[in-house]
Design a protein around this ligand. Structure first.
Ligand code: PHE
Ligand code: ZN
Length: 871
């Protein structure tokens, strides 16, 4: 906690470190109630200054020795969360002992306890809560770690790298680990506990055997198989697609219940939120399996994009995160349906990232200032960052991109570098000038592209006029035109793609069908276009922009049925649905026969991937709809969407019933793409059928009680909650809880279904659940399942007229501000959007933000978000 206003850190103030730490020796003594940390650092001078700044937070310094000589308080200065040594020479040995209290650590940064085990989380700045250290990513060191703990209570003692020695003396276990790869302190990890392990092996492309180990609490051993398989697939894929081989003889994953984020890529010892790694068919849904596959891959891929080549400073965070998200997306696309993956990513961008870009926390992919770095693990850094890398891929092509990434890894192996150096490697490998492209990293906000088309029948010529601008964002005005890749198709009346040949060949890449749009306004023309085409723009979501182009309703229906680009098929359908919902809001919605025919074709297209059909038929979520408008009224959106859903369900109820019955085949559950796709369509059909018809509710009831896997059971539960009557919903929820109360991850899903429901997720119900035995304020997953689900999904209740929803969220933020600032700050996101809401709501949201501000003693995390939101 702080009193004065915290200062912002500026990219422009970056200075290289004065001292390198060539070797870091750590010895941890884990005692009941406290832990002693002994460190021994080899320092080497490396700059002009002779001052060494060591970061430290909430530490008790027991002793400090320089070159063997004990220092007194007069020998060093202490500043806020730092210890400074001056007038140092060329090389030194620094030894320190600190005492820390992991059992009191509720922030879940540094060394803390989760359940019966000890674990660490050091990114971004958690290592400074363990011992005094230059806790910055450009200080890279070789770590040796000794851990000493009670042998009976903590038989498993882990750290990074390879095991060196192990012994038991006087009931204490001593182990030593050595990591030969230089790394920054944020990649350090330690785990101690009574854990079970599941082992496997992987032979790398050069023939080395790697031992793969997943450590879990004993009751979870039967939930480890899928993650291990996903890990092996990731290791193979990174060899084949990026030429990256694993570099240690052992790779470990540990599952912990209390974790602020999804998972962490610590060198050789990934630590995972248990919800992102544990699965078996009875307890995990298909969505959970897919998330696990993606996150296991993501953390594994960091071994190269993040660990071998790391970030110079935290302004470069997207260097590792944007690139690694791009890599895991490529992996997921290869393992499952590429189109579906693209739809999911674009949906996330349009709902969450565009909202961030349009709000008070808007920042560039490479920010230039922050108050608390934890607040910058955002969708902009991760997802927009990945889109920017994706545009480089579109511009350079598969081979050019690979040449660039090879050069990047080779040139910077073992270094801490900048985003600029990444782009430089892409430039050097491809001999292109990416100066203009770099603006994507520097300019915040979502670019808008306005499109006009004109067709001249006599001349057989199409003209395409493009204009771009990026709206102002906090601290940024007058933005420059970006290099925007526009993947383009022209569709003829037979539904086939026509040849695209612009008269400006310098702006066209034939292989990828990409038009390079680089000025504020540009006109392209296409000759030999024998009929007026339907213009399919930004295929495959080729750039993270808002598109302003008015397709006619009939063109949208046509694209929904015929576009060869799956992404744009889906997008056309979403535009139609958005239009219907808008009409419903104005009381003017009615299906036309053409609409019904188009939907018919889709639902009965048995050639098409069922997962794709499910996406084509799903209405945009309430937050997607909200985000497509400059200002919104969530309650009106909810009602209009319900009306369109009812109409869709009624109109096609026979089709949905038939579809459900056709796909509801029995057989062993398997988490494989074809089966997942089938289940996704089946369960979508079930929910529409139940919306239309009591018979559908009955089918859901039957599926709920007979399902042998969580995907089907959960889908049925959701359907009963959404479309059954209150008694049915409550009974199913009660049965579900009785069946699953012993399994915390399943209980979290049970909480989410209720709290995110537009039927049940009222503030009163949420307050009740906060008192439930299944809830625990110290566990971030529980907080997300209840408060996060409520504020992000049950929009009609969160934004209820009485303001109770906002009050509930603000109360939660104030409570968590002290115990877990990172979680408190993340929960705040929905309130930061207050300016976009209709006036009544907007005012009430603002006063809750003000109430948090007035509360005083805010953590940096919460202070930054609230103060920027009120500006
Ligand atoms: N670096 C982690 C990841 O992307 C995320 C993370 C950040 C985890 C900070 C914990 C703390 O994959
Ligand atoms: Zn990451």
């Amino acid at each position: 906690m702080r009193d004065a206003q915290p200062k912002a850190i500026q990219l422009a103030d970056y200075r290289a470190p004065a001292y390198e730490v060539t070797d870091t020796h750590l010895r941890f003594e884990l005692h009941d109630g406290y832990t002693l940390v002994h460190s021994n650092l080899s320092l080497k001078h490396n700059g002009d200054e002779t001052e060494l700044l060591l970061n430290g937070q909430d530490l008790e310094l027991i002793s400090i020795k320089l070159d063997g000589k004990l220092l007194s308080e007069a020998d060093y200065t202490t500043a806020e969360e730092a210890l400074i040594l001056s007038n140092l020479g060329a090389s030194h040995t620094l030894e320190m002992t600190t005492r820390i209290y992991p059992e009191k650590n509720t922030a879940l940064e540094g060394l803390y306890r989760s359940g019966g085990m000890y674990c660490t989380q050091c990114e971004a700045e958690g290592f400074r809560r363990i011992t005094y250290y230059p806790d910055r990513p450009d200080v890279m060191s070789v770590f040796t770690t000794e851990i000493i703990a009670d042998a009976a209570q903590y038989p498993v003692l882990l750290s990074n790298g390879n095991p060196v020695s192990e012994k038991i003396e006087d009931g204490k276990k001593h182990v030593v680990w050595h990591d030969p790869h230089k790394k920054p302190a944020y990649l350090f990890a330690l785990v101690a506990g009574d854990l079970q392990v599941r082992d496997d092996h992987f032979t790398t492309c050069s023939g080395r055997e790697v031992l793969l180990r997943i450590f879990v609490e004993p009751q979870n051993v039967d939930k480890t198989e899928y993650a291990l398989d996903a890990l092996k697939r990731s290791m193979r894929w990174d060899e084949e697609v990026y030429g990256r081989e694993y570099d240690l003889d052992i790779f470990m994953i540990v599952a912990v219940d209390d974790f602020n984020m999804g998972a962490m890529e610590n060198k050789g010892l990934n630590i995972f939120n248990s919800s992102c790694v544990l699965a078996n068919p009875a307890t995990a849904t298909d969505a959970a399996y897919q998330r696990i596959e993606a996150i296991v891959a993501h953390e594994y891929f960091h071994n190269w994009s993040g660990n071998r080549v790391t970030c110079r400073d935290w302004f470069q965070l997207s260097l590792k995160e944007g690139f690694t998200v791009f890599r895991d997306a490529g992996f997921s696309a290869d393992m499952n349906s590429a189109t579906v993956k693209r739809i999911e990513d674009a949906t996330m961008l349009r709902t969450v990232q565009f909202a961030e870009d349009g709000g008070p926390m808007a920042h560039p992919v490479q920010p230039d200032s922050y108050i608390e770095i934890s607040n910058f693990y955002t969708v902009t850094i991760y997802e927009k960052g990945a889109e920017v890398v994706g545009m480089l891929h579109k511009i350079l092509g598969e081979d050019g991109f690979r040449k660039g990434s090879d050069l990047y890894f080779e040139r910077h192996d073992g270094q801490a570098v900048t985003i600029n150096e990444f782009v430089q490697a892409m430039e050097d490998a491809n001999d292109v000038d990416l100066t203009q492209f770099r603006l994507w990293y520097k300019q915040s906000g979502t670019p808008v592209v306005e499109v006009l088309t004109q067709y001249d029948h006599a001349a057989e010529r199409l003209t395409l006029n493009l204009r771009q601008y990026t709206p102002d964002t906090p601290g940024q005005t007058d933005k420059k035109p970006l290099w925007i890749p526009v993947q383009l198709g022209l569709i003829g009346h037979d539904g086939e793609d026509m040849e695209v040949r612009p008269d400006q060949p310098d702006f066209w890449t034939e292989d990828s069908q990409v038009l390079h749009f680089r000025e504020a306004e540009q006109t392209f023309s296409f000759g030999g276009v024998v009929e007026e085409p339907v213009v399919s723009l930004f295929r495959d979501f080729s750039a993270p922009v808002r598109i302003h182009y008015q397709h006619s309703q009939s063109a949208l229906r046509f694209m929904l049925q015929h576009d060869s680009d799956g992404f744009n098929r889906w997008d056309a359908g979403q535009q139609l649905m958005l239009h219907w919902i808008e009409l419903a809001e104005k009381g003017r919605f009615k299906f036309t026969q053409d609409d019904i025919d188009a939907l018919h074709t889709v639902i009965n297209d048995i050639e098409l991937d069922p997962a794709m059909v499910a996406y084509l038929l799903a209405l945009p979520s309430e937050s997607y709809i909200a985000e497509s408008r400059p200002q919104y009224d969530p309650v009106a959106i909810h009602k209009a969407r319900e009306q369109v859903m009812a109409a869709l369900a009624d109109t096609l109820s026979d089709d949905f019933k038939a579809c459900y019955q056709r796909l509801n085949v029995s057989g062993d559950y398997q988490p494989v793409p074809e089966d997942m796709a089938r289940r996704s369509l089946k369960n979508l059909a079930l929910s529409y059928w139940a919306k239309a018809d009591a018979e559908g509710v009955e089918a859901a009831r039957l599926q709920f009680s007979s399902a042998d896997n969580m995907t089907d059971q959960m889908a049925a539960l959701r359907t009963l909650v959404a479309h059954g009557n209150q008694a049915e919903a409550e009974q199913a929820l009660a049965e579900f809880y009785t069946q699953w109360q012993h399994d915390s991850l399943v209980v979290n899903q049970w909480l989410t279904v209720q709290c995110g429901s537009s039927k049940l997720g009222t503030p009163a119900h949420i307050r009740q659940l906060l008192e439930h035995e299944a809830f625990d304020w110290r566990n971030p997953n529980k907080v997300r399942s209840v408060i996060g689900a409520f504020a992000n999904q049950a929009l009609c209740h969160f934004h209820g007229a009485d303001g109770e929803g906002y009050k509930l969220l603000a109360d939660a933020v104030i409570r968590l501000n002290e115990s877990n600032p990172q979680i408190a700050s993340r929960l705040l996101t929905p309130l930061t959007r207050w300016k976009r809401l209709v006036p009544n709501q907007s005012q009430m949201m603002k006063s809750e933000l003000q109430r948090i501000m007035d509360h005083g003693s805010l953590s940096k995390d919460v202070y930054e978000v609230v103060s920027k939101s009120l500006m």
